[in-house]
Design a protein around this ligand. Structure first.
Ligand code: AMP
Ligand code: ZN
Length: 466
């Protein structure tokens, strides 16, 4: 039995799919105007854990969108389009920007062992269903026109604050967060279709019954989710920041159009934060998978770090915690390697191994308790009551969810060292070749100062993080 915390009911609920032969899940995807930061990727790792856990029991159709158009810098439906802004910044076309960052996104996504969605839907390839949805809303009387677009009148949808609760929406209305343009009827109203500016040609724009322009951000998720998964989805995921505006607006658009419930289970992941506050793309500096790699970390060490915190708790990122995740992952792999050797990598399923596997799966099925599942994995590989072959059997199940390259015979080659450390290591190799032992020792100290230990082995120097 899978239990999930449903944001809509503020409680853990037993998961009951509409059709157990095809569970449907929609996850909000990346906005591809810049690199994904590791905060975004924490959300995809949590969604991957959900997808892997669901797949143990059900066939799953997992849809993810790629926002490659029309995402405005502010939530208030004004400001510049992020894609066009990226294009101006980099001197490329908006289309090239989207293509480049989407490819980069999948590279990072794969490096973290996130399972690819069944269907990836790009906003720019689904303008027609978005227009059709706006048209339905217009026909039903939910829209109005201003000088810059077609807006959704949230006062016409009485359940507008259902997902967040009335208090937070009222707070939003009273606060200064959303600037109200003169023409908007209610502060929470949002754009469904924006007109292209009269004085400027946009790179991405389309004809519509209302004039040339581009879709509002929220409409893409409603249109694409319902196109591929039907009017009612089993599960809709995203980061916690999407609850108040994006998902609230998705519900308003979808349910007003269809008259049916849009989503049965809303599942949201908490944020990765920096000591200095929130990690955000528009806020300037952010950490990416490439930055981690440049610093000598393996991407899967970041996955390990994320697995150690429950998805509904905030996780504070630091390089100290990356160091300790790297160490733990290495130690776990070493223990698993010994288990594999002891049983010639041949699993044996017994009542005992089954009981351990059940405990592992039960932890994941209890609202994705990955920290518990990870702790059980450590316990299992050390458990005196299990034979190596039984442990190996347990590990097949654990690895199918954790996906940390635990079972690989060949452990991944050492990841690249930071350039400055590599330069010191190369210089030391040259010094040793020239039998300049004094210099070699000095360089060893310099490498140690940079946080690395160097060992001399018959195969040459081996370098590891201290
Ligand atoms: P975006 O590309 O900005 O649309 O965000 C992609 C996903 O990352 C969304 O599900 C966001 O809710 C999520 N997200 C954004 N910032 C963070 C963060 N700091 N930690 C975790 N998830 C985040
Ligand atoms: Zn979305």
């Amino acid at each position: 039995m899978i239990r999930l915390y449903n944001t809509a009911s503020h409680s853990k609920e037993e998961f009951a799919p509409q059709n157990p032969k095809n569970v449907t899940m929609y996850c909000c995807g990346p906005t591809v105007y810049n690199f994904a930061h590791i905060g975004n990727l924490r959300t995809y790792i949590f969604e991957d854990l959900l997808s892997r856990t669901l797949r143990l029991s059900y066939p799953l159709t997992h849809v993810m969108n790629v926002t490659d158009v029309g995402h405005l810098v502010s939530d208030a439906d004004d400001g510049e389009d992020k894609m066009e802004l990226g294009a101006a910044r980099e001197g490329k076309s908006a289309w090239d920007i989207a293509k480049f960052y989407e490819a980069k996104f999948w590279q990072d996504y794969d490096a973290l062992h996130c399972t690819r969605p069944t269907i990836v839907s790009r906003a720019t390839e689904h303008i027609a269903p978005m227009i059709a949805l706006v048209k339905t809303l217009e026909d039903k009387g939910y829209t109005y026109r201003t000088s810059d677009g077609i807006y959704y009148d949230t006062s016409k949808f009485p359940r507008y604050d259902a997902l967040v609760g009335h208090a937070r929406i009222s707070g939003l209305q009273g606060g200064a967060r959303v600037e109200m343009s003169d023409e908007k009827r209610n502060p929470t109203d949002f754009a469904l279709w924006k007109f292209s500016p009269k004085d400027k040609k946009r790179q991405m724009e389309w004809d519509s019954p209302w004039g040339v322009g581009f879709p509002g951000w929220h409409i893409e998720c409603s249109a694409m989710a319902m196109k591929y998964l039907g009017n009612t989805l089993d599960i809709h995921c995203g980061g916690i920041d999407h609850v108040t505006i994006h998902h609230t607006n998705e519900i308003a658009q979808s349910e007003a159009a269809t008259g049916q419930k849009y989503v049965n289970y809303w599942v949201h992941g908490e944020f990765l934060i920096l000591r200095s506050g929130k990690m955000s793309k528009s806020g300037g500096t952010f950490v990416t998978v490439d930055v981690l790699k440049e610093k000598g970390y393996e991407p899967l060490a970041y996955r390990y770090l994320c697995l150690g915190a429950h998805y509904r708790t905030q996780l504070e990122f630091s390089y100290e915690s990356m160091d300790s995740a790297t160490k733990s992952l290495k130690n776990l792999r070493a223990l698993v390697g010994q288990v594999g050797q002891a049983c010639a990598r041949t699993p044996s399923e017994t009542e005992k191994s089954r009981a351990w596997k059940e405990k592992f799966v039960a932890a994941m099925e209890d609202d994705l308790n990955a920290p518990k599942a990870l702790a059980l994995t450590w316990e299992a590989v050390r458990a005196g009551e299990l034979s190596a072959a039984e442990k190996w059997d347990f590990l097949q199940t654990a690895e199918s969810i954790l996906s940390l390259d635990l079972l690989k015979e060949e452990q991944p080659a050492q990841t690249a060292l930071p350039a400055e450390v590599q330069a010191l290591v190369d210089a030391r190799a040259a010094a040793r070749k020239a039998k300049d032992w004094k210099k070699s020792d000095e360089l060893r100290d310099a490498i140690a100062q940079a946080g690395y230990l160097v060992k001399d082995t018959p195969k040459g120097q081996e370098v590891e993080k201290k």
